[in-house]
Design a protein around this ligand. Structure first.
Ligand code: ZN
Length: 168
């Protein structure tokens, strides 16, 4: 497209139109591949778990930072969308969690660190209760607690039983 770009004020050539169609086709293919991968992943997650907690992030708000651009490239929006659809389709308990400070709170005692953890730091150490756990695992625990789910059974990937339904 760049090579065949029409001069300013001139009509696009046939070659340019063709190139534009090819580019559109390629983009469409990538989009479909990403949706397919997202759908397969969502299906697996939904199959293995009865209750799910997802960060209710706003992709647009995110799109400003470097990390957001990488997330957009991994089709994080599509993936979330597919997960929500799949959970609804299979009657799973999916809860959206407010995304603020999920990396700063402690999953054990709920204390919040004063400063955001730098991204290369992969271990979360709580200053209040002294818990040390892998960064992502801590965030996952925070999200489960916020969703009102019990994080105890989550580590081994066992389905969580909602409170009050233990006997069922
Ligand atoms: Zn703590």
């Amino acid at each position: 497209m760049a090579r065949r770009k029409p001069a300013k004020g001139k009509a696009a050539s046939n070659g340019y139109r063709q190139a534009r169609q090819q580019a559109a086709k390629a983009h469409k293919k990538v989009a479909r591949q990403r949706t397919d991968t997202a759908r397969k992943w969502a299906k697996k997650v939904v199959r293995d778990h009865d209750a799910l907690a997802v960060e209710d992030f706003r992709p647009k708000f995110l799109a400003k930072s470097t990390m957001a651009r990488k997330a957009a490239d991994a089709a994080i929006s599509t993936t979330k969308h597919e997960l929500i659809n799949m959970a609804r389709k299979h009657g799973r308990d999916l809860r959206l969690v407010h995304p603020a400070h999920t990396t700063m709170d402690c999953g054990q005692c709920g204390a919040r660190t004063k400063h955001a953890l730098p991204l290369p730091e992969r271990t979360y150490t709580c200053t209040a209760c002294g818990t040390v756990s892998p960064r992502d695992k801590n965030s996952a625990r925070v999200m489960l607690v916020r969703a009102g789910l019990n994080p105890a059974g989550a580590d081994r990937g066992r389905p969580l039983v909602p409170l009050g339904q233990e006997a069922a």
